[in-house]
Design a protein around this ligand. Structure first.
Ligand SMILES: NC(=O)c1ccc[n+]([C@@H]2O[C@H](COP(=O)([O-])OP(=O)(O)OC[C@H]3O[C@@H](n4cnc5c(N)ncnc54)[C@H](O)[C@@H]3O)[C@@H](O)[C@H]2O)c1
Length: 254
């Protein structure tokens, strides 16, 4: 991808799944990377795994907690000397029928997936506005576009991320900050493994793929990492305020 060599990249939720694949891809493209995650041991393991590929550091934070989000951005700026690219990726999900969702569960989903994205995005946006630009890629989902059953809280959080990103694009373009949103479909990650495990359904993935995905396979974290790299690169220089769906055709099915 054009223009990525030497870029300073913060990948929130970069200790697992899509985020660690994105960190790997940015390192392979010649970037310097900071990853974050909730679990300190997972962050340490991710950094150890990524280190052979290039310069990478990790921080354990809870992005829904404002002081943590601010501290993460300050630490990344200190570590890298600035942030050129934010992959605003941290998120959680679990299945729960709408009629059974408690207010506490709803709040937690929104706190991590929407508030956390806002807090990290705003802190990075302020930094980029001061230093003359950058690229932010927020993580939504196909669930931010269509209402998958048993995910009302998750769908609401990801729908919010879509319009958060559009508004960021409207307001931040004048500072030279490009903002776009990724909407992956079903990607094989620890998150989906835990959802299938909670359902005690070993066939969950094969049934889901057969029923819903025209390309007839689960997405790979690397499929989404490639989209992160593209949107962060100069090849996407005039792409702004929009979303890129990475779902093997799932949303095309009627
Ligand atoms: N896997 C999919 O099918 C899929 C599809 C669409 C969108 N997404 C989104 O992609 C992102 C990554 O998902 P994944 O499947 O790789 O999940 P994952 O569970 O493998 O990784 C999630 C990452 O987010 C971090 N995280 C979770 N809660 C956090 C918190 N409170 N504070 C800081 N970090 C926190 C974790 O530490 C981890 O690094 C999420 O935003 C998810 O909603 C995933």
């Amino acid at each position: 991808m054009r223009g990525l060599i030497g870029k300073r990249v913060l990948v929130s939720g970069g200790s697992s799944g899509i985020g660690i694949a994105a960190a790997r891809r940015f390192l392979e493209e010649g970037c310097r990377v900071v990853v974050s995650g909730l679990d300190p041991a997972e962050v340490d393991d991710a950094v150890a795994e990524l280190r052979p590929l290039g310069e990478v550091t990790g921080f354990a934070v809870d992005v829904s907690h404002e002081p943590d989000a601010t501290a993460l951005v300050e630490a990344a700026v200190r570590e890298l000397g600035g942030i050129d690219v934010l992959a605003n990726n941290a998120g959680i999900a679990w299945r729960e029928p709408f009629l059974e969702i408690t207010a506490e569960h709803f709040d937690r989903m929104l706190a991590v997936n929407l508030r956390g994205m806002f807090l990290v995005g705003q802190a990075v946006g302020r930094h980029m506005a001061e230093r003359g630009g950058g690229v932010i890629v927020n993580m939504s989902s196909t669930n931010g576009i269509a209402g998958e059953e048993d995910y009302a809280h998750y769908n609401a959080s990801k729908g919010g991320v879509l319009l958060l990103g559009k508004t960021m694009a409207v307001e931040l373009g004048r500072y030279g900050i490009r903002v776009n949103t990724l909407c992956p479909g079903y990607i094989r990650t620890p998150l989906n493994a835990s959802i299938a495990g909670a359902m005690a359904n070993a066939d969950f993935e094969s049934t889901y793929v057969a029923d819903r995905i025209p390309l007839a396979r689960a997405g790979r974290p690397e499929d989404v990492a490639a989209a992160y790299a593209f949107l962060a690169s100069d090849d996407a220089a005039f792409i702004h305020g929009t979303e890129l769906v990475v779902d093997g055709g799932q949303l095309a099915v009627m």
